[in-house]
Design a protein around this ligand. Structure first.
Ligand SMILES: *[C@@H]1O[C@H](CO)[C@@H](O)[C@H](O)[C@H]1NC(C)=O
Ligand SMILES: *[C@@H]1O[C@H](CO)[C@@H](O)[C@H](O)[C@H]1NC(C)=O
Ligand SMILES: *[C@@H]1O[C@H](CO)[C@@H](O)[C@H](O)[C@H]1NC(C)=O
Ligand SMILES: *[C@@H]1O[C@H](CO)[C@@H](O)[C@H](O)[C@H]1NC(C)=O
Length: 311
């Protein structure tokens, strides 16, 4: 696949320190070959305040819905907007369904997202998360978007950022899908560093109670008591980049936020949505999918994502 060649080339360029970061089995289901997207990916320069320097790319399909929904699709470490655009199914799905896709691009070398600084882990804190929220507002205003249908998803570092977006801008998103990420705040840097790698989280040693993890979310937007996005969390049991314990810690976090009992899912469905995946649900706001034998990252499930987003 052309996409995998690009990843290998990027990894080769980045050298050995980046090699400790995500390496992909596959980004998408191999059974779903992509048609070419019909419109083009374009760069947007003036989307509002951008003190963190993140870049904005956008995919606007040629047949746009009257009040288009918006999906924010966030790339992995070593990734770019272009790579996630060509390696994920969202642009082709936008051609079918008329929504807009925003592909933010990290400004850092190594191009992981900043999910470690106080700025990014705070509502209106001026970090990467704030830049992405500004991209969403720009898009809603410019294209008369449907503010009640704004969604966020991402893989790996983009999955971590998806949890962070859900925690810092809960008023903005109605649903979020995390592929192989970590809990919001799990990559927090004690020294306040921006875009820091956090070994204890990556290695699955950062453990907390649902209350501790939930407090991190509440502290990212103090006094917020409005609606929050529903969350779907995918993780593979054989993830050697972001240890599989991060699945449970993320589930505990959102159970703590929504008041669900983490030890008692409402339903447990074996071999769902496919063989060796188990799907757990809590109330109407949390779904966990634990993929037995799957490494980093769990392949994106485009048509299931559309169902979860109600598109
Ligand atoms: C955001 O930062 C990037 C990188 O510095 C820059 O290229 C871009 O023009 C900035 N956009 C805005 C809206 O400030
Ligand atoms: C986005 O726009 C809404 C509505 O105008 C506003 O309330 C909100 O504060 C904006 N969010 C950001 C991150 O600027
Ligand atoms: C890594 O994150 C955890 C929280 O998940 C935090 O307790 C720890 O101090 C962080 N490590 C560093 C080096 O900042
Ligand atoms: C997650 O928690 C469940 C329930 O406590 C436990 O059975 C399972 O082994 C845990 N999984 C991981 C990967 O730690």
């Amino acid at each position: 696949m052309k996409f995998l060649t690009q990843i290998s080339a990027a990894l080769a360029l980045l050298g050995s320190s980046a090699m400790a970061h995500p390496v992909f089995d596959e980004l998408m289901e191999p059974t779903a070959p992509l048609k070419r997207a019909q419109a083009a990916l374009s760069r947007v320069n003036d989307f509002g305040a951008n003190s963190s320097g993140a870049k904005m790319y956008i995919y606007v399909p040629s047949k746009l819905a009257a009040k288009p929904p918006v999906i924010v699709a966030i790339h992995y470490c070593t990734g770019t907007a272009q790579a996630y655009y060509s390696g994920s199914p969202y642009a082709q799905l936008a051609d079918q369904k008329g929504f807009i896709v925003i592909y933010p691009e990290s400004p850092y070398s190594g191009t992981c997202w900043d999910v470690s600084s106080k700025a990014s882990l705070t509502h209106l804190g001026g970090g990467n998360s704030n830049s992405i929220a500004n991209m969403v507002n720009y898009t809603l205003n410019k294209y008369n978007g449907d503010a009640s249908k704004v969604f966020v998803t991402g893989s790996s570092s983009g999955g971590m950022m998806t949890n962070v977006m859900a925690a810092t801008y809960p008023e903005m998103f109605s649903a979020a899908i995390v592929y192989s990420g970590t809990a919001a705040g799990c990559f927090y840097s004690q020294s306040g560093g921006t875009n820091q790698w956090n070994n204890s989280c990556a290695n699955g040693q950062a453990r907390g109670t649902p209350q501790v993890w939930a407090k991190m979310v509440f502290d990212m937007y103090p006094n917020y008591d409005g609606p929050r996005p529903k969350m779907q969390i995918y993780h593979g049991s054989a993830d050697s980049t972001l240890n599989q314990n991060n699945y449970n810690e993320t589930i505990k976090q959102w159970c703590g936020v929504f008041g669900y009992d983490y030890t008692k899912p409402d339903t447990t469905q074996a071999n769902t949505p496919q063989s060796r995946y188990t799907t757990y649900t809590w109330g109407d706001h949390l779904v966990g999918v634990y993929a037995q034998g799957v490494g980093h990252t769990v392949p994106i499930r485009g048509s299931d994502d559309m169902k979860y987003f109600g598109l």
